[in-house]
Design a protein around this ligand. Structure first.
Ligand code: SAM
Length: 266
């Protein structure tokens, strides 16, 4: 009871200044990008909070990565390549990839903590592997390789809309014929603005993410408020033809209307 009150209180404290802050963010979006990437890194350097959330399936990792495994088995037989951007500790993708015909894996992430675990987790996947520390938006701009699949698990929503559009354009150019870009991310509902999205999502986390301590919850809320900029599906659909993709479709939507998986086809 006490814990729950503390959680709700943490939620209010972080929600109060939203309206004002949101306006400031829109104006400063371009200059604040590097700062935002630093904030994201600082949060994920404390990998334990995220690990707890994954273990309890709060973001629907089990369902989403089961879909990924089946999708890869059905559409890519032997010898495909996959670029995993914001790979984290690769705990779920390593299990999904074990049962596929992957021949080349590249994992990119900001944080050493997660990359160290990712190397271990990926040991059971027999293929050519590389782990790259850095900002995936910069990596993708300089990248010279092509891939059958580009996978982004819960990392794209930290970019501004402009950065997302540039990112998609670059992906459209480096995905092989019959390949795809798969994005697992939080989404806004069509009726949401960012303020409503934050109100809605923080309510869900407060009610359901019960294993987090009040301190962890406060950190999570701080991270979401400063670093999460999800889009609506209609925005991603409108970007498809402008960024070199034929179409985009949903592969998964969670029951709370937050975490979704979409797939862009070249
Ligand atoms: C929520 S975790 C997701 C991890 C994993 N993909 C999954 O599905 O569970 C997001 C990861 O993306 C990484 N990340 C966020 N922004 C990034 C950026 N601009 N460049 C590289 N990695 C980034 C974080 O360090 C973190 O490990």
């Amino acid at each position: 009871m006490q814990k729950n009150k503390a959680r709700i209180f943490a939620g209010f404290i972080f929600l109060l200044p939203l309206v004002k802050r949101e306006r400031i963010h829109v104006r400063r979006q371009v200059t604040k990008i590097d700062r935002r990437t630093k904030d994201v890194k600082a949060f994920f350097d404390r990998w334990k909070i995220y690990q707890k959330a994954m273990k309890n399936n709060y973001m629907f990792h089990r369902e989403v990565y089961a879909i990924l495994r089946k999708f890869l088995q059905k559409n890519f037989r032997q010898g495909f390549s996959l670029l995993d951007l914001g790979c984290g500790d690769a705990s779920f993708i390593s299990k999904a990839l074990r049962h596929t015909g992957i021949s080349q894996y590249r994992g990119v992430d900001l944080t050493d903590v997660a990359l160290g675990i990712a190397r271990e987790n990926m040991k059971k996947v027999k293929c050519d592997k590389k782990f790259i520390k850095g900002d995936f938006a910069k990596f993708i701009r300089k990248n010279k390789e092509t891939y059958d699949v580009i996978w982004l698990g819960l990392a794209l929503h930290h970019l501004s809309l402009r950065q997302k559009a540039l990112f998609l354009t670059k992906c459209g150019k480096i995905i092989n014929k019959n390949g795809c870009l798969m994005i697992f991310d939080p989404f806004m509902r069509e009726s949401d603005d960012r303020r409503e999205y934050l109100r809605r999502s923080l309510k869900v986390y407060t009610k359901h993410w019960r294993v987090l301590t009040p301190e962890e919850m406060a950190r999570l809320f701080g991270h979401i408020k400063t670093s999460d900029y999800p889009e609506k599906f209609s925005m991603y659909r409108s970007l498809a033809p402008r960024t070199g993709f034929r179409k985009v479709r949903y592969l998964f939507k969670d029951p709370f209307g937050i975490h979704c998986l979409i797939c862009y086809y070249v």
